[in-house]
Design a protein around this ligand. Structure first.
Ligand code: SDX
Length: 364
């Protein structure tokens, strides 16, 4: 028996949910190319595909949207809790608390009805907190808007622009599910003990919060803000690499080629903000960073990952950077729930080993 750092290359489950092929850059949800789903289907359709195994018929789609919409109104006790958390609390900590404060029927096995209760509530938790910090009011819930459009409406109180809804919907679909990433694994470990869905999702949110995982897009924005101009990019990036620091938005445990989501999101952000100087800076910074990573980390095959252009899309639709990872949480809740349902269907408690290398006491 030997220790495999970070469980690299270790398969812990079989799944029909998604294929993440790091060599070929193939990315599939249940037999469908994700980049095609991102431009042709709604987020609700893709959640239905992940949870029920097929894209919904007209009637199934209508029923599923009603199931999700039934949970748009935030329960009063959750609103009270969100109100009382100190203003300087990190938005992901607030979201973790808000989700764990939800109540639901039944514990085991977790069900799509329970998943819908969480997925339906997450946009309102994020928006309620954003309004609390701004000193504005959460607008009244509406049932005539899609999940994506309603999230943007909750944040601003206005009807969102069609181009923003389409761009954000593509982002939500592209980031909904991604195999056995750290946060999904965390959720499955908790579920494997036959604990409840909210406990499993709370664990997953805690993992996604980390800057090595879902916390990266806001770091990408911070990096570009600090760089400021294309002329400063090489010096700034080289300085980071000289100190052995990581460039946010690059590298991936599985993708040893360009993350297909990065390419899809680059196109989406270019359509929305291609002429924006910030976007031009991002494009040039990416090129310089890739060259420097080859120079400083030869043979490590470090490419642009999803987070680099996720920052560009979320910025282009007008979200503040403290909402980037919470918005990632909104989409990944779909994938987490799908994996937790999977875990429950073929459950065996996840319990690896550890190698003891401490002293042994005398035999008695
Ligand atoms: C997400 O798993 C998923 O699927 C995640 C995700 C999803 O959808 O769920 O795709 C979402 O989390 C994307 C990744 C977002 N994170 C970042 O952008 C943070 C920066 N990237 C890294 O820290 C890193 O690339 C990871 C965490 C993403 C992957 O780390 P690994 O596979 O464990 O690689 P490693 O830490 O063992 O590094 C191997 C080498 C090291 O160099 P040496 O010490 O061997 O010389 O590559 C270097 C690292 O220093 N390296 C980097 C780097 N990433 C790895 N060097 C500079 N910049 C980087 N970004």
């Amino acid at each position: 028996m030997k220790v495999i750092p970070g469980l690299e290359g270790i398969a812990v489950a079989e799944t029909e949910l998604s294929l993440v092929d790091g060599e070929k850059g193939h990315f599939v949800y249940r037999g469908h190319w994700v980049k095609e789903l991102a431009v042709s289907r709604t987020f609700e359709d893709v959640v239905h595909l992940l949870w029920y195994g097929h894209l919904p018929s007209e009637e199934e789609g209508k029923r599923f949207r009603e199931l999700l919409n039934a949970h748009r109104e935030l329960p009063g006790h959750v609103k009270d809790i969100l109100e009382r958390i100190p203003s300087d609390a990190d938005m992901m900590s607030v979201l973790r608390t808000g989700v764990s404060a939800l109540t639901m029927e039944g514990d085991w096995p977790p069900s799509p009805e329970q998943g819908a209760a969480v997925l339906g509530a997450v946009p309102a938790i994020i928006a309620a907190r954003a309004h609390r910090l701004r000193g504005t009011q959460l607008p009244p819930v509406r049932k005539d808007l899609s999940h994506t459009a309603h999230y943007l409406y909750l944040l601003t109180g206005e009807n969102p622009a069609g181009a923003h809804v389409r761009a954000l919907e593509a982002y939500l679909i592209l980031t909904a599910e991604h195999g056995m990433n750290a946060s999904t694994f965390a959720g499955r470990v908790v579920a494997s003990a036959q604990s409840d869905l909210l406990s499993a999702l709370t664990a997953a949110i805690g993992a996604l919060k980390g800057p090595l995982h879902g916390g990266a897009p806001s770091e990408v924005e911070g990096m570009l803000e600090e760089i400021g101009t294309v002329e400063r990019a090489e010096g700034w990036l080289r300085g980071k690499l000289e100190k052995g620091e990581r460039l946010m938005g690059f590298g991936h445990r599985v993708y040893k080629t360009r993350d297909p989501r990065a390419e899809a999101l680059r196109r989406v952000s270019e359509e929305l903000a291609g002429e924006n100087p910030w976007f031009r800076l991002a494009l040039e910074t990416e090129k310089i960073a890739l060259g420097l990573l080859k120079e400083y980390k030869p043979g490590r095959r470090l490419y642009t990952n999803v987070e680099f252009y996720a920052a560009a899309v979320l910025r282009a639709v007008g979200l503040p950077k403290e909402l980037y990872t919470p918005t990632f949480t909104l989409s990944r809740t779909a994938g987490w729930c799908a994996h937790i349902f999977d875990q429950a269907r073929q459950n065996r408690i996840i319990r690896p080993q550890s190698l003891y290398n401490g002293p042994m006491p005398e035999e008695r």
